[in-house]
Design a protein around this ligand. Structure first.
Ligand code: 6R9
Length: 635
């Protein structure tokens, strides 16, 4: 029997040791007992990090949608698979059962086939958070087409770059989308993008906001009439274990976005297994991840991981602030959410609103709280723990990346004792290590360095679409025979990991390497501070000095800024050391962020260096408007 469900710490250590000692045997058992295969593998793992080449379950044949849908029909046909919560609460939630999902995915897949999509073709999905988004993803997977989801809200330029990079022949979109009180003209953005995409033959358009849009003759087709005519039966395409399942572009904080390629079998096994354990998922739970599916978090932990476990997964179309800042908690109460997974940026935004909007709701159904996307600062961790979890629901601070496909370092709730700001222990099968600048591994505890992974895990991205050389250079060249994450981390006295931020963001002040997270964490402890970001700027004596951009809570408005500067530096001095004191502090109304909530320090660094001539592509920012304000008030 494999250890599919880990229930206590002793068991974690035992299973972890087994997974490291005999990785192939371990994953083979998991794969064998918990998934549906058309044919089993010939070889569990083949790998070479120098090429790099990684293959899991070679020779196996399967279809991931049979694992996510078909196999649940006998026992869970009438169970809700996807629980859709619309932007406007008055519209009412929609429950899509596993049987309905089966029929809807088959219909959609038949439409794709009819429109000429074949196995291996790339399909760009630019759809807001409505059921058609999950259904179109699964429909692609069912016929073996490679989906490339682009966050619906990215600009026409960002969309066109991604369509062209992976040479998509079809785009799936909707007439428009709702975002709080606003509507967005998605189809208009697609039209603009397609002016520079010659290879797109077909655009399928779902109706969401009933707006008046242009339909280009011969190219654009309304989805619904095609679905109405299509059969709800379809035999799933038999895929090889290593056939690409999807391409997803990384947030691209530097340079051209990278189309990370994930393949079928390993991705399925790892996302399903991590979902089960990292959220301690049990039958009957109602799980909600607030991420957008346009982000890896949504791929792995709204769609594939939960559905592979036969879970009920919530898809939320709206925003945390609409109709008011109590919306998340309203949804938790209404659907009796058991696991809630969100990002630190959302937690900080909600904490800023005060607790009155939380206290109105009954949150007693919650068992597990999750955080992902950035380091969660201590202040936000406690707010989340005290006000949302009421001290009863463990917080899993889960560290991972688009490239890793699934959660890599995380506490297992009710198993691993948590520690604020620490992602704690590696997940089963994950072998992290810390490296110094000379390429030596830092052994033992209480060390800090560059976070690498020594051994392949099933859901590691296999390449960058169309650019294997870049894949090699970015992830496998910095350290010999290791996957380099690009993040810095420290390991404490008991072996817990804390992520200190991107290594590109490390600042060297008077010869000391300073990670951004611990300093920002200290700043955020100040009661008047909502969020902060620090960057370096050139300094005659110290080499680099620190520049802090700080957003205050509303209560800060009336505070004397000079006093605040002194208090904040005092806090940094106490928590991190006088070396980390800020030379410049600029108070801002907002910080530039990616759609998944990551602060774009690259832009802030340029502003601090007074080099604003070329800020790079800011069109994928959540809040591009704050950039000009920051430039205007720069110190
Ligand atoms: C899943 C996701 C990856 C980068 C990663 C790291 C940061 C994610 C984190 C975290 C500290 C956590 N990150 N989770 N940092 N603690 N719990 O976010 O993927 O969008 O590719 O970003 O996000 O810097 O390298 P992706």
């Amino acid at each position: 029997m494999s250890n599919y469900h880990i229930k206590h710490l002793e068991e974690y250590y035992q299973v972890y040791r087994k997974s490291v000692r005999e990785p192939e045997h371990f994953w083979e058992e998991i794969a064998e007992e918990h998934f549906l295969w058309r044919k089993k593998w010939d070889k569990v793992l083949e790998w070479d990090f120098t090429k790099p080449e990684i293959k899991w379950f070679e020779g196996a044949k399967l279809n991931i949608t049979e694992n996510c849908i078909d196999r649940h029909l006998a026992t869970r046909g009438d169970k809700t698979a996807i629980l859709f919560e619309p932007n406007n609460p008055e519209e009412g939630a929609e429950h899509i059962t596993y049987r309905q999902l089966y029929h809807r995915v088959n219909k959609f897949a038949n439409v794709l086939k009819e429109q000429g999509v074949k196995k291996g073709d790339r399909v760009c999905i630019y759809v807001p958070m409505i059921p058609e988004l999950a259904i179109s993803i699964l429909a692609c997977a069912r016929i073996g087409a490679i989906h490339s989801v682009v966050f619906a809200g990215f600009s026409a330029t960002a969309l066109a770059t991604r369509i062209n990079d992976s040479d998509c022949k079809m785009v799936i979109t909707s007439d428009g989308s709702y975002r709080g009180a606003k509507t967005i003209d998605l189809k208009g953005i697609v039209d603009e993008a397609l002016e520079s995409c010659d290879n797109v033959e077909t655009v399928l358009v779902a109706k969401r906001i009933n707006s008046n849009i242009n339909m280009k003759e011969g190219r654009d087709k309304w989805l619904q009439p095609l679905l109405d005519k299509a059969s709800d039966q379809l035999k799933a395409e038999v895929m090889n274990a290593e056939d690409p399942l999807f391409i997803l572009y990384t947030s691209g904080s530097t340079g051209k976005p990278k189309g990370m390629v994930h393949t079928t079998a390993g991705y399925m096994v790892y996302t399903a297994y991590t979902f089960k354990n990292a959220f301690q998922y049990r039958e009957g739970d109602v799980y909600w991840c607030t991420a957008d599916i346009g982000w890896i978090t949504g791929h792995s932990y709204i769609v594939y991981g939960p559905l592979a476990n036969g879970a009920t997964t919530v898809m939320f179309e709206g925003v945390p602030s609409y109709p008011d800042f109590g919306r998340f908690w309203d949804i938790v109460e209404k659907h009796k959410i058991t696991q809630f997974y969100t990002a630190p940026t959302a937690i900080r935004a909600l904490a800023k609103q005060g607790v009155e909007l939380v206290e109105k709701y009954n949150l007693s159904s919650l068992k597990v709280l999750g955080s992902v996307g950035e380091p969660i600062n201590e202040e936000a961790w406690h707010w989340y723990n005290d006000n949302i979890g009421k001290g009863q629901s463990p917080i899993i601070d889960s560290w991972w990346q688009t490239e890793t496909g699934g959660i890599m370092i995380t506490p297992i709730p009710y198993v691993t004792p948590t520690k604020p700001t620490y992602a704690t222990l590696p997940f089963i099968g994950i072998q992290p290590c810390l490296m110094d600048e000379n390429g030596e591994e830092l052994k033992g505890n209480q060390v800090e360095g560059r976070l690498c992974i020594k051994y392949p895990w099933p859901s590691i991205a296999r390449t960058i679409w169309g650019n294997h050389q870049r894949y090699k250079e970015t992830y496998f060249s910095a350290f010999n025979n290791k996957y380099f994450t690009g993040d810095g981390a420290l390991r404490d006295e008991v072996g817990y990991y804390r992520i200190t931020g991107r290594v590109d963001d490390v600042i060297i002040v008077s010869g000391h390497n300073l990670g951004t997270a611990p300093i920002e964490d200290a700043i955020n402890e100040h009661p008047a501070v909502s969020e902060s970001a620090i960057v370096g700027f050139p300094h005659d004596v110290k080499g680099s000095a620190l520049y802090g951009y700080i957003t205050l809570k509303d209560v800060g408005e009336s505070r004397n800024h000079d006093n605040l500067r002194i208090e904040i530096n005092q806090l940094i001095s106490d928590r991190v050391g006088p070396i980390a004191k800020l030379d410049k502090i600029q108070f801002t109304n907002g910080l530039p962020k990616t759609r998944s909530g990551k602060i774009m320090r690259r832009i802030l660094r340029k502003i601090a260096e007074k080099d604003t001539s070329n800020l790079g592509d800011i069109s994928t920012l959540l809040n591009p408007e704050c950039v000009q304000e920051i430039i205007d008030n720069a110190l």
